[in-house]
Design a protein around this ligand. Structure first.
Ligand SMILES: Cc1cc2nc3c(=O)[nH]c(=O)nc-3n(C[C@H](O)[C@H](O)[C@H](O)COP(=O)(O)OP(=O)(O)OC[C@H]3O[C@@H](n4cnc5c(N)ncnc54)[C@H](O)[C@@H]3O)c2cc1C
Length: 338
């Protein structure tokens, strides 16, 4: 376990915000979780649980404890001709896990390649991309309770997964430290090529696409659209796609017949937040050191590398107000504001 004081967080957040925390504690081993019992003061608010920092925005210096989760490990729990069940440490890199699955011909998370972050963060917002969500392969989530230091676990149903959401973001926000995740991965799965440009990219191959081909196609498409946080600070989509009912959708369609939306069920529709922001004229706009990415309006960036968390928030708030004024739709950040 590592404990540091007055610690710089710039290398630990994908926006590259130059903020500091009072205390930085890194949990490097499963045994380090005894800290919850031995040193409960570390979890006296304010504290914040941190994975890879790819979905966290530090508004300013954090006058509290950052608990960084880095415990590793991958264990095969069951291996049958149909599936493999594995337990993966929360601090493992998500993309390393995707590559492990591709190499081992395990289906289920190939569409989620190149989502930056840790395995332990994946259930929090039920990461998703290109028609897939991690909730479809999660069997169980193991955790420690911050208040008591007790171990526990939730089954898939208990996690209450929905679009970019789970019980960990709501009732148990910052109350449970996820220590490992159990995945059930299929050995004879089917490729999910239905979303976006995947089919178009795969059609260029003159053979039946493999798991590796699909992952490569998604990787290529993502790289052409999303800025690499190692080069330009960002946290992927800053806002969630708003969900509206039929009546609201009808009102919007009257005024904006080209509005982009996707039916979720026969009562609810997901609007493309990127389309709203783009149509409102924000794409590529820079205010001080923060900007809206020029290729993807849903992504806010640290344009100069010098942006403060406050500058990113000011830009986000201006967008929220403008979208409310123009469409009467409220955008909510997908990113965790700390
Ligand atoms: C370029 C880019 C592209 C992206 N594309 C996508 C995408 O396609 N789809 C998508 O869903 N997301 C996407 N994201 C967002 C991000 O990658 C995911 O949310 C990812 O899961 C974040 O992981 P992290 O470890 O970096 O999270 P962090 O920012 O460290 O943490 C995220 C949340 O999880 C909590 N947390 C982290 N670890 C634990 C733990 N062990 N126990 C309890 N709580 C914990 C934190 O408190 C915080 O609330 C993208 C981000 C970037 C920068």
């Amino acid at each position: 376990m590592r404990i540091e004081r007055d610690f710089p967080l710039q290398p630990y957040n994908s926006f590259g915000i130059n903020a500091k925390c009072s205390v930085f504690v890194e949990i490097e081993d499963i045994l380090d979780y005894r800290l919850l019992i031995d040193k409960p003061k570390i979890f006296t608010p304010p504290y914040y649980i941190l994975g890879g920092g790819n979905n966290s925005l530090f508004k300013s210096d954090f006058e509290g404890n950052i608990i960084k989760i880095s415990n590793k490990g991958l264990k095969v729990l069951e291996d049958s001709p149909e599936f493999r069940i594995i337990e993966v440490g929360a601090g493992e890199d998500w993309n390393d896990l995707v590559n492990y699955c591709i190499q081992n011909h395990l289906y289920g998370i190939e569409n989620l390649i190149d989502i930056p972050g840790n395995v332990g963060s994946a259930p929090i917002q039920n990461i998703g991309a290109y028609g897939a969500e991690v909730s479809t392969v999660i069997e169980k989530v193991h955790f420690f309770e911050v208040k008591t230091g007790k171990k526990g676990s939730f089954t898939n149903a208990e996690c209450q997964f929905s679009y970019r959401n789970s019980i960990f973001k709501n009732d148990y926000r910052q109350q449970l430290i996820i220590s490992s995740v159990i995945f059930r991965l299929a050995k004879n799965g089917q490729l999910n090529t239905s979303y976006g440009d995947i089919n178009q990219t795969l059609n260029k191959l003159d053979r039946t696409p493999t798991l590796k081909d699909l992952a490569h196609a998604v990787s290529q498409i993502r790289a052409s659209k999303l800025p690499d946080p190692k080069k330009i600070g960002n946290a992927g989509s800053f806002f969630k796609n708003p969900i509206v009912n039929q009546e609201k959708l009808n009102d919007l369609l009257k005024e904006h017949p080209n509005i982009i939306y996707y039916p979720i069920n026969n009562k609810e529709f997901k609007l493309a937040a990127g389309w709203l922001i783009d149509q409102a004229g924000w794409k590529g706009k820079q205010i001080e050191n923060a900007a809206v990415h020029s290729k993807q309006a849903l992504v806010l960036i640290n344009a100069t590398g010098e942006a403060s968390g406050e500058e990113i928030m000011q830009l986000a708030n201006s967008i929220i107000e403008d979208i409310k004024r123009k469409y009467d739709v409220v955008l909510e950040p997908e990113v965790n504001i700390v």
